[in-house]
Design a protein. Structure first.
Lengths: 258, 385
């Protein structure tokens, strides 16, 4: 997928990976609709993208809020004309500091599920129908290795991300006949506010830089057709293919095959 | 006919009346049966307009009362709209009993929450229909519309509607000020089953307007001219359908208006692009693009009913609706549905001969009603009356 000119919605776009993704995608000519709770941070991202000639629109909203979904979707469709890609990047860590499940309030788990699972579900519902009707579209879930590994004290976050991974697989199974692709991307441990909140003792130098991750993330998006629909991809293990989808392949007898 | 007074939980279980416009034969089933009524190479054309919360609180200068403004459709750029003004009160009061709003004139200022707007013109149709321009950038205007607006709703609905109650499952740009309601019961289960049979799905965007205002002069002029956009892929899908002898089935009257209006503007052919359609269809029209219609159920005397008469004569329509009424069908936007569809495409040379009988498909004829056991689970063979 060539991201130039594509209408892309990014949630959690005011800081961390979301902000870096917005800059990286704007640099490639994508047209962006950015969502975040913090209006100030969001406006700063929108302004700096516009200052470099990119297209970005800001919409302050909490993806965990049911009432926010159709306004957000309507505004995004109005601003972009059509939405080609939705990147569910906004995440809630759960209770901070992290704590064992026995010490986790039910409300903390509910909040993590509201933002990390139900929010993306509602938002995908609001966008995927139009994508399916058009026969194309991409939904991206930002996930975490915590969705696979059972780290003590990460319960609320991990459970919600594991559910999100599987939600992505079901979306893919249902929407594949309609041309909508779904991919879950684990970006790795990055030097972000959220990571500091989760693991304050980690050495920032050992963590990935969000801008570098965003570059690779965009490269992955550009080859999204090469993954089975519903795939979960760990960005740190992923290598960009040396050929692009649609390139002519050269067979062992040296003849080109398209 | 009784009114549907609220969205129901299971769209597939809503009732469906099927009517053949040539023979007048009709039968009933549920929405879940819709794919059985369609064939390979048929095409469903949907209106993918999402619905705005178009009912807004209105204040006029030097008037302390809260009035109501209902957006009717864009009247130029993103900041310029046609709107209908209402006096004090809300949707609980039938529109025809609402007090009239104070008269406004071109140049007056209106307030919607913190956003001001100028009246650009007052329509000669009614002093309540005005074209306004908001003084706000589009991004902030949409924030205020979504913050302050409520879905337009009518007094027969028993509870306040939420924005999600008035969306179809495939809505894209929010161009409609009332839900394009024929598509409301189309679940993705129904659409996926239709598609698996080889039925095509296509869409256009049509800015469905207000269906009633309570102002007799204005209501007589509805629907107002409405903008639409017809994508090339939908034109291609329609042409392919016709080449294959399939039937083009409009989901909702707004789709009929857009397609037939576009064809009239382009000498009988469809041309992709945007436009405004002012065509009001009625019994005198010959349809040149659309073969069938999936629609809600509406009363005689409405523009919607008149449009149905472009598909089927009143002599055949009325008995079918009378029968549906006896079956407990509900009307209006949350009501039951009707599929007006000929056994074969009216236009193509290709024939998919099915004889004179409906295929057994869970639909029944009135003569079989008394023997009916379970209309969703046991398909009945259809026999001639």
């Amino acid at each position: 997928m060539n991201v130039e000119g594509q209408g892309i919605v990014i949630t959690g776009a005011s800081k961390g990976l979301g902000k870096a993704l917005a800059h990286a995608l704007a640099g490639k000519g994508a047209r962006l609709f950015l969502v975040a709770r913090g209006e100030e941070g969001l406006n700063a991202v929108v302004r700096s993208i516009r200052a470099t000639g990119g297209e970005a629109h800001g919409w302050p909203a909490d993806v965990g809020d049911k009432n926010a979904v159709y306004p957000l979707a309507g505004a995004a469709q109005t601003a972009l004309g059509r939405v080609d890609v939705v990147i569910h990047n906004a995440s809630a860590l759960g209770p901070s500091p992290l704590r064992p499940l026995m010490d986790t309030d039910c409300e903390d788990l509910e909040r993590a599920l509201a933002v990390n699972l139900i929010g993306p579900f509602r938002l995908s519902k609001a966008f995927a129908g139009a994508m399916a009707m058009r026969g194309q579209g991409v939904i991206v879930h930002v996930t975490s290795d915590a969705s696979v590994s059972a780290y003590p004290t990460w319960g609320a976050y991990s459970a919600s991300k594991a559910a999100l991974d599987h939600l992505g697989r079901i979306w893919a199974a249902e929407l594949d006949p309609f041309g909508v692709r779904v991919v879950s991307v684990d970006p790795g441990d990055m030097n972000t506010n959220m990571h500091r909140e989760a693991a304050p003792a980690d050495d920032p130098a050992s963590l990935l830089d969000t801008n570098e991750v965003a570059e690779r993330f965009v490269a992955l998006l550009e080859t999204v057709e090469t993954f089975p629909n519903g795939a979960r991809v760990s960005l740190s293990e992923w290598r960009a293919p040396r050929w692009k989808f649609g390139d002519a392949l050269v067979t062992s007898n040296g003849r080109a095959r398209s | 006919m009784k009114n549907a007074d609220y969205p129901r939980a299971h769209a597939e279980e809503e009732q469906l009346l099927r009517l053949d416009p040539r023979t007048g034969r009709y039968g009933t089933g549920t929405l879940a049966d819709l794919p059985d009524q369609l064939r390979r190479f048929d095409l469903l054309v949907m209106n993918d307009a999402a619905t705005l919360p178009a009912s807004l609180p209105l204040r006029l200068e030097d008037d302390p009362r809260e009035l109501e403004l209902r957006l009717a459709g864009q009247g130029g750029d993103a900041l310029t709209w046609w709107a209908v003004l209402f006096g004090p009160g809300n949707w609980h009061v039938p529109t025809e009993r609402r007090p009239a709003p104070p008269r406004v004139m071109a140049g007056d200022t209106l307030w919607v929450g913190p956003v001001s707007a100028s009246v650009l013109e007052v329509s000669p149709i009614s002093p309540r229909l005005v074209r306004i321009r908001f003084h706000q950038d589009p991004e902030h205007l949409y924030r205020e519309l979504y913050r302050l607006g409520r879905p337009v709703q009518y007094s027969y609905v028993r509870q306040e509607l939420e924005l999600w109650d008035v969306q179809t499952r495939y809505g894209a740009r929010p161009w409609a000020v009332e839900m394009p309601s024929a598509g409301r019961p189309l679940t993705w289960d129904i659409l996926a089953r239709a598609r698996a049979k080889g039925v095509g799905l296509a869409s256009l965007t049509h800015a469905a307007g207000l269906s009633a205002t309570g102002d007799p002069a204005l209501d007589a002029a509805l629907p107002l001219p409405e903008r639409y956009e017809l994508p090339q892929r939908t034109v291609d899908a329609i042409n392919f359908t016709r080449d294959q002898g399939g039937r083009v089935i409009a989901v909702g009257t707004s789709v009929v208006r857009a397609l037939e209006g576009n064809a009239i503007a382009n000498e009988g052919h469809l041309r992709a692009g945007s436009g405004t359609v002012s065509l009001v269809l009625g019994p005198e029209h010959d349809l040149s693009i659309v073969d069938g219609l999936l629609t809600g159920i509406h009363e005689p005397g409405t523009s919607h009913f008149a449009l149905m008469e472009a598909f089927v004569s009143r002599e055949l329509l009325e008995p079918a609706l009378h029968y549906a009424d006896g079956q407990g069908f509900l009307q209006h936007e949350f009501g039951d549905s009707m599929l007006i569809i000929p056994e074969r495409s009216t236009r193509s040379g290709a024939s998919t001969a099915c004889g004179t009988r409906f295929k057994a498909s869970g639909f029944i004829e009135p003569s079989l009603v008394s023997k009916r056991v379970n209309r969703t689970l046991s398909p009945h063979r259809i026999t001639s009356p």
